[in-house]
Design a protein around this ligand. Sequence first.
Ligand SMILES: Cc1ncc(COP(=O)(O)O)c(C=O)c1O
Length: 467
Amino acid sequence: MNTPILRMLETYKNENPVPFHMPGHILGRGLINELKIAGQWDITEIPGSDCLHSPVGVIKEAQDLAARCFGADYSIFLVNGSTTGIHIMINSVVRQGGKLIIGRDCHKSVLNALALLKAEPVFVLPEIDNENQIPKGINPQDLEQALVDNPDAQGILITRPNYYGIASSVEDIVKISQKYNVPLLIDEAHGAHFIFHNAFPECGIRAGAELCVQSLHKTMPALTQTAILHGKNNLISREKVEMISSMLQTTSPSYLLMASIDFARDFMERKGYSLYQRLLENINEFNRGIENIPSINRVCTEYKGFETDFSRIVLSLKNTALSGYSAEEILRKDYGIVAEMADQFNLVLIATPFHTENDFKKLLNALGRISEEYGTGKERKNLPLYNSLPERVIPLHQAISSKTREIPINKAAGEICSTSIVPYPPGIPLLNPGERITSEITDYISELLSMGCLIHGINNQKISVII
Ligand SMILES: Cc1ncc(COP(=O)(O)O)c(C=O)c1O
């Protein structure tokens, strides 16, 4: 094993110190149950433990190992998830009042970061698989057009892969960013595992992104909140990115989280390939099993110009009497199987090397029984995903600081939205702050609500508008 942070923590604990330092639980003495165990490694900056804000010891060593493993020039450990990584990327690239080209399917932290900078998003709509109601991601031609139309844009930010495990092919996007000499930022929150097996999509930083953030906790054996920001010494200086990271990250980063990042990288570097190979075999076996289930199928997300993460299992319920939401509930309540998410027609499950053959068998068995009970053999009509850009009436930052009021959805057409209205999933905003609400959008929202879809930004059939 080569885990500098883990090693340091073990050594410190084995020395049986008498700590008169933070945190106040004193190596777990003041904690209970599993917290007590975790507390033994929950230390702070002391001699030998280094400092995330100017690393020269074990944290530097662990970050350097991560950079080498993921194909970056440098890596920075993040203890507040990819959310902070996205703020760091954007603050490193976009100036106050500037412009960033982003996919409309971006995480909400992207808009938050832009709003705080009083900067404006230039949205590019993702391509959609309308048959299965799945967003695929951004295509390079649309991105290039946005750059031509906005020569003053300071960068591009794309999300790849998305929740459905679909990743825009990164090579063409890298070429475009190089042609226009703008930094490419990649939100690869769902793709930290890509580097460990060649059956996964290409890893963004290795392919030539300037900055790329990955949530280790989403798919790797790592604790919640762990993430890494990877960088290339190209258009944006490392010093600037490190300075911004230091401005945005806590001065008391958790050593448990940093040790977890250190462990996940080391473990996967040593064992990842064979573990993912076994997962691939288990999933192939699962795919063969699902072919025998008449009314539920695994959605094929292999689209031209996009790559697919084989470990993201997207199941279509279109040929059953169930929505994805009710199938999720039945799977959870009747079979004890908890999916990652559901939409109108699909269930999305995350598979990792830590699932056993038996887990896949249980899943197949449950799906078989659901298909028997609710299968119709007939395909239901779907409501196509809404995928257009509303008119922007006032700038984003102005919209979020304006006075607002809540009004019923059916009275909102013509008003300016003050918040993001995002159906989950797929997580593509129907409206963002400062955009015009149309009757087409209010009708669409009402229809989604009647189907039981969760829409962030809608409370009690009301929407917040600018006064
Ligand atoms: C695409 C995407 N980016 C970023 C994030 C934020 O990641 P984190 O939870 O690690 O802060 C998420 C979280 O769900 C996400 O789905």
